[in-house]
Write a protein that binds this ligand. Sequence first.
Ligand code: ADP
Ligand code: MG
Length: 444
Amino acid sequence: MDLDGLWQTALGELEVSLSKANFSTWFKNTFIYSFDEGAGEIIIGVPNSFHKEWLENKFNPQILKTLLKLDSRTKGLKYKVISKTAPALKPASAPALTPSFEKAKDVALNSYYTFETFVVGASNRLAHAASKAVAKKPGSVYNPLFLYGGVGLGKTHLMQAIGNTLVLKENNQRVVYATCEKFTNEFIKSVQTGRVTAFKERYRNANVLLIDDIQFLVGKDSTKEEFFHTFNALYQDGRQIVISSDRPPQALLALEDRLVSRFGGGMVADINPPDLETRIAILKQKRKEKAYQCQDEILEFIAEKVQQNIRELEGALTRLMATCQLQAQDPSLDLANQVLGSLWARVQGPVDINKIIGKVADFYGLKNEDLLNKRRDREFVHPRQIAMYLLRHELGYSFPKIGKELRRDHTTIMHGCEKIEKEIIQKSGLKQEITLIKSRIYEK
Ligand code: ADP
Ligand code: MG
């Protein structure tokens, strides 16, 4: 295979394993510049130092693995910026320097965090729309933009999506992203090393300043003072500022009123925990990105379980799929429950079959034994079917397993579960009934 063919094949593989945004951003205009077969070293030509940094830091292991698979002589990779004037081996694929990237070297953005990979639902619609508007017209519509919400709900993702959009724009903006912690550390260090001017320049030259997790700016008076001045300098000059926090501005008690009132002067948008539909949509998107083989039923099961944190939601799916791969098994509800059971226990009180049977019996004023015996009166049949349904949906038990536990044939169990599933849609009272039982089951 010639170098071009080797790289095209490698790109084909990488494309499948990366998100579309990542792939098109970082691999466009790259090529194999040289392959020293003796030393096993491949040099990849990249359009600019920004790409070089990203490929080295973020994708090197993946690229190396892919090339090694295609050519076992591969030992190491290097990246080289090939400028227009340098002798490019392959003029056809030699990329043009994109000067706009050069200006953005400071950026510490994760290229995965784009608007394309962000799933919009009722819980984040406002924050998403405001972020898009800012990315379209920085410094004009919503300034500052203040995003707030609980942990793992997409604040950093949205902020960085604004940054990534602007960095990629033709008329590139100087984007500076920093967590509040980083801002603080850099400031303190600049004071210690006598480089405060350089620090100020860096932040005050930003066209767009993104400061993540501002709630950590507490009790550090000089840093707070510096932040206030940075904020004012940029704001007065019409530069865009985006701030994120885990609470609304007025609840940032440790910050000065004058700063908090500035935050409130622009756009304040909250992000709430996603509803079930959005959680399912997020898992479906993950499945697509990672090309997981996994039925909707399992995604729905995970989405019902993990409700408060999108990072944990994704983490649950990743963990399940990793286990499936290791054990060479297909994902199933049973396996999901087995692998993720400890996660459920952490997110909500520990739940097992005894707890479900106990709570269901208790709810209907029965004894546990009543759910297991053979009596066919309606006052027993309905609670039994609810128990089947809950064992299936809350613990992911298979029909035969529920059958064994409830001393019934698995077709009886299947019929029972289906009946409840159907009635839940038809009778709103039943849905509420089950919600009440569930809240008792998950009480800590
Ligand atoms: P926060 O900064 O609010 O703590 P993050 O932005 O770090 O949360 O989000 C946590 C994880 O969840 C990230 O991997 C992010 O990509 C993902 N995520 C959050 N919201 C969404 C969404 N609406 N669509 C897709 N992924 C999301
Ligand atoms: Mg964050």
